[in-house]
Each structure stands twice: as structure tokens, then as C-alpha cells.
Ligand binder design. Sequence first.
Ligand code: FMN
Length: 194
Amino acid sequence: MDNSFSIIAGVIKHRRSTKPAQMNGKLIPDAQVQKLLELADWAPTHGNTEPWRFFVYSGNAIKTFCAQHAELYKKNTDPEKYLQANYDKFLHNGDTASHVIMTVMQRGALPKVPVMEEEAAVSSAIQNILLGATALGIASFWSTGGMVHHYSMKELLHLRNEDVVMGMIYLGYTDTDHKGRRVIPLADKIKWSK
Ligand SMILES: Cc1cc2nc3c(=O)[nH]c(=O)nc-3n(C[C@H](O)[C@H](O)[C@H](O)COP(=O)(O)O)c2cc1C
């Protein structure tokens, strides 16, 4: 018990967000990504709605997806707000990632489970992926940037209005090593009563 606590605590504390630009292009075997998705499938889920869905891109599919993302930005941004630098970033963001996973909350058929709980379940599934990746020495990044929350992304993924895109997970390897930081003391986040 003690040993499994220290192992999982080490993994949780060592998980860090690594921007895709800091990934080095090395490829993760698909079988390892599949193992991460198996961890995702064991997230807690109210009413067993199991609302997590994943679109997994690798190889050329990453390039295609990033190009589609950049085009969504161009098509749906006022010309006076449009920045070519943003377009280029979306176009190239996956260049050095191994896999990109679009994560989706597929709203289940149980109205007694509030939307927020379905999103919480998918967030837990995402965290399972990030922690599993950390344990395998895989760098990860959960991003909701760009057009992730825009309706056009739902259309691209053929989702229904009630479904929610929860973000993109970039997976890859990195040569960089950065420390995490927390800015609010833990004590300020906890109220004990006895
Ligand atoms: C739901 C969610 C969305 C996020 N989206 C972005 C994002 O769009 N861009 C970004 O730079 N970081 C994003 N992050 C990552 C945070 O920046 C990162 O978790 C935070 O800086 C803490 O660093 P750590 O993950 O290494 O502890 C997101 C994190 C979460 C939970």
C-alpha cells in the first residue's frame, strides 16, 4: 500500500504540461497510446454514461487535422482580428508531436446526470491519460486553445450540439525538463473541520 502510494504520488507530482513546440518528433508506438486510452476508460462515471470519446491522430492525420484547425480559425475570425501568426501556429502545432487526441464529452441519455458531471468524468479520463503518459516517460499537453471551443470544431468532428469538445491532448517526447509551480498555497485551498 505504502509503496503504491509513493509510486502514484511520484507520477502525479511529476506530470508537467509540455508545449508541443518542446516535443522532439520522436514517435510513440500506437500500442502505448492504446494503453493510455485503456486507462482513460477507467475514469469515474456517474450512471455509467462513460461519456469520453477520443479522436486519435498520428502521422499525416496530424498534419491534416492541424491544417483543418488553422482553416477554421481563418474562416471564423474577423479580418481585423485575424493574425497570420496564429494561423501558422495552429498549422504547425502538431509538427513535433507523436499523437494528437481530440477529447470529447458525448452527452449521454441520462438527463439526471448534469452536464457538469459528464465533463468532470471526461476530465478524469483525460487526467488518467496524462498520468499514464508521465509514467511511460511521454510528454503531454492538454490544450483548449484555438478553435477548440468554437462551434465549427464540433462540426468538423461531426458532433451534436449537446456534446462538448474538452480539448486536444498532444503526446510526444521531449528533451526539456521543467519544474511545476503552484501560486496559491495549498493551505488556502483547504478548510478542515473536526
Ligand atoms: C482544461 C485545460 C485547458 C488547458 N488549455 C491550455 C491552453 O490552451 N494553453 C496552454 O498554454 N495551457 C493550457 N493548459 C495547461 C496549463 O497551462 C497547465 O496545466 C498549467 O500551466 C499548469 O502547469 P502543469 O500542467 O505543468 O502543472 C490547460 C489546462 C487545462 C486543465
